[in-house]
Design a protein around this ligand. Structure first.
Ligand SMILES: CNCc1ccc(Oc2cccnc2)o1
Length: 395
């Protein structure tokens, strides 16, 4: 009885013999040559952890530990002025450190660049556009909710945030920026942290920094800790239990509009009872204030002495000396309290005793925006897993 090995050899030979010379000629041969994909800094343990999670297997502690030792990172978020109008973070863009406004409400990484008229660059750090890195035929143009905007061309360059590197990030170099950005000499650009589906690069949308690096992080998360009149942080790839108290309450995210969009189910003013409501909202670090439905805003300012919705100042104002009530929003069944102190944004004009409210109407926007006024007392986890979710805890 011939052995299995000899049977196998015979079958192999028969396969070769059976083919007539013609068949052999018809059989085209081809080679697939592997092309090195532009690799990002690898974190093998993170890839392994991802595989365990993919198959629903608890990630062993030693794998987690090794993954956490990978390129995770933390970067500061520093208020640009005394009113926390926006927060700036240092980012290495093609070898130059720029101070960018990390914006969870948009998905473009754009910056002031050497392509602009030099008069627009006064006071700025800017990206030195390297022609050898230009992305042929690509352009971008973005407009923000406050009417500001910018546009330009695209380069593929190295970007490093808190030690986390994207080796070939789409850097959207400005050729033109709006007046508001020209007047803001602190902001060198924005780093979008929303979903790449709303990136404005044409003809092909570009990926956000987080999308480019998330597979190499211990976990596909970033956590935002903005602070009241103080520097906070953006953490990439890990959660830091020293930055919050109590539990993190997670809620589902609707990604169809490209935002970190969720629903708040109610609100309360001061020590009052909770009113049930369905508030469609986005978390947006790039928006300064907290924009809510007019009925909710009216209920809040009904409890603020001498508050008025001013046509003169374009929103709700009150005496700067007012002691403001706290404001609570219910998310995922948990009560997220915004301290009254945070709801005094700034004097309407320098030296004025009339102050502009941190809570304003969302009329005309189409949804509510949980901007910095809300965020600066929270630890907010943005988890871009197969089912993205957002988590909130009290700082
Ligand atoms: C203040 N206008 C200029 C400016 C700084 C940052 C941004 O970007 C924004 C504005 C509104 C919403 N999201 C991002 O615009």
């Amino acid at each position: 009885m011939p052995s299995l090995a000899s049977l196998t050899a015979i079958i192999a030979l028969l396969g070769l013999v059976a083919a007539s010379p013609v068949d052999i000629q018809k059989r085209k041969t081809f080679t697939v040559s592997q092309v090195e994909r532009k690799q990002f800094i690898k974190n093998g343990a993170a890839q392994t952890a991802k595989t365990f999670r993919k198959f629903g297997v608890k990630v062993p502690a030693h794998i987690l530990a090794a993954a956490a030792a990978g390129p995770n990172g933390t970067v500061a978020a520093v208020p640009s002025d005394a009113y926390d109008s926006l927060y700036l973070s240092p980012v290495d863009v093609g070898g130059t450190t720029l101070h960018l406004d990390f914006d969870t409400g948009s998905a473009d990484l754009w910056c002031f660049s050497s392509l602009q008229a030099s008069a627009q660059l006064t006071g700025h750090d800017y990206y030195k556009a390297d022609a050898s890195k230009k992305v042929s035929g690509a352009s971008w143009k973005i407009s923000y909710g406050d009417g500001s905007g910018a546009s330009g061309t695209v380069y593929a360059d190295k970007v490093v945030v808190g030690g986390v590197t994207a080796t070939s990030q789409a850097v959207e170099a400005a050729t033109s920026v709006s007046t508001q950005f020209q007047q803001d000499r602190d902001t060198d650009g924005l780093l979008g942290l929303a979903f790449s589906s709303i990136n404005t690069v044409k003809p092909t949308a570009a990926k956000t920094f987080f999308d480019n690096v998330k597979a190499n992080l211990a976990s596909p998360v970033f956590a935002v800790t903005l602070k009241y009149h103080a520097a906070g942080t953006y953490d990439f790839g890990f959660l830091d239990s020293t930055k919050y108290t109590g539990d993190i309450t997670y809620t589902s995210v609707k990604t169809t509009n490209g935002f970190w969009e969720f629903t708040s189910t109610g609100y309360a003013v001061g020590s009052g009872s909770t009113t049930t409501a369905s508030i469609d909202a986005i978390a947006d670090t790039g928006t300064t204030l907290l924009y809510l439905p007019s009925a909710v805003v009216k209920a809040y300012y009904a409890k603020v002495t001498s508050a008025q919705n001013s046509n003169t100042y374009g929103g709700w104002v009150f005496p700067c000396s007012t002691t403001l009530p706290d404001f609570t929003l219910v998310i995922g069944g948990s009560k997220q309290v915004v301290p009254g102190k945070h709801i005094n944004y700034a004097p309407v004009q320098t030296g004025s005793t009339t102050c502009y409210g941190g809570i304003q109407d969302n009329t005309g926007i189409g949804f509510s925006i949980f901007g910095d006024i809300f965020l600066k007392s929270k630890y907010v986890v943005h988890e871009m897993s197969s089912t993205p979710r957002i988590g909130f805890a009290q700082q």
